[in-house]
Design a protein around this ligand. Structure first.
Ligand code: 0WD
Length: 263
């Protein structure tokens, strides 16, 4: 029996088959969930259509999270498809490319606003709409974070600040949602080569470093994140909320790198 049998999951942020959200959607489907997918714009939509077919999604809808009107429109469509959602996955982040190229010190006001709006506020915006389809049920929300929220990761810059705000948002929303019986958690994933990751220069070095330093001595893949997501969004995690679970082969527990390690 699948861990998510009978659940309906809204999964945002699949840009292609490398996307972390694709790994999550695959794992959700395997565990019996029915999926509704959303994508940012028409251009991405064309690429997602075959993915939605493969995953036998109930529907695949455009939703640009930078616009309240667009979010409302998409939720109106969702309400026509289903009277209930059990799970929402927020796998969305964006900052203008130039913000990764100059030091954090020179972050622009506009770049900061965009990063916070798309990567953080959108979680609140989605949650506001989704809970209307969760009345009388125990909903589960999930977002994606990264270690740059906790420690300085050079060139992650304003996105590190946004992820710190995102993790804090998870805790504050956990408080509000708890009163309604819903839960919200984050997965802090190790580096994965995706479209979003390509914006960060030296990303391959970051991946190499993580593999060398992590206790397990390896990287992670999108299905690792998907499997953890299944657990956090299943009833087995019914008393886990406000949590940030690291799926990073243990990288975050290391203080210094052991240069003599011959593993
Ligand atoms: O190493 C990594 N790749 C990690 C990613 C490590 C740890 C965490 N994450 C996070 C990201 O910060 C993000 O929150 O995981 C989440 C998913 O990112 P991803 O899977 O790495 O990247 P990608 O496949 O590019 O999906 C992110 C998507 C966008 O893709 P593009 O590449 O087109 O920017 O976020 C979506 C979009 O599909 N997105 C939006 N969706 C709706 N409205 C918007 C928007 N305005 N902007 C971006």
């Amino acid at each position: 029996m699948g861990l998510l049998n009978g659940k309906i999951a809204l999964v945002t942020g699949i840009a292609n088959k490398n996307s972390i959200a694709y790994g999550i959607a695959q794992a959700f489907k395997r565990e019996g969930a029915k999926l509704i997918l959303t994508y940012a714009n028409e251009k991405i939509g064309k690429k997602i259509d075959p993915i939605a077919k493969e995953l036998e999604a109930l529907d695949c809808l455009e939703m640009d999270v930078s616009s309240d009107t667009a979010i409302d429109k998409t939720f109106e469509r969702i309400a026509q498809i289903t009277d209930r959602i059990d799970i929402v996955v927020h796998s969305i982040a964006f900052a203008p490319a130039e913000e990764f190229k100059r030091p954090t010190l020179y972050t622009s006001r506009e770049g900061f606003k965009i990063a916070m709006d798309i990567s953080v506020y959108s979680l609140i915006a989605l949650t506001q709409r989704a809970i209307k389809l969760m009345e009388g049920t125990s909903g589960a929300f999930l977002t994606l974070s990264y270690y740059g929220a906790e420690k300085v990761v050079p060139r992650y810059n304003v996105m590190g600040i946004a992820k710190a705000a995102l993790e804090s948002t998870v805790r504050y929303l956990a408080y509000d949602l708890g009163k309604k019986g819903h839960r919200i958690n984050a997965i802090s994933a190790g580096p994965v080569k995706t479209l979003a990751a390509r914006a960060i220069s030296g990303f391959h070095l970051l991946m190499k470093h993580t593999m060398e330093v992590s206790p397990l001595g390896r990287g992670i893949d999108i299905l690792d994140v998907g499997n953890a997501a299944v657990f956090l969004c299943s009833d087995w995690a019914k008393n886990i909320t406000g949590e940030v679970l690291h799926v990073d082969a243990g990288y975050h527990v290391m203080g210094v790198m052991d240069k003599e390690d011959s593993r």
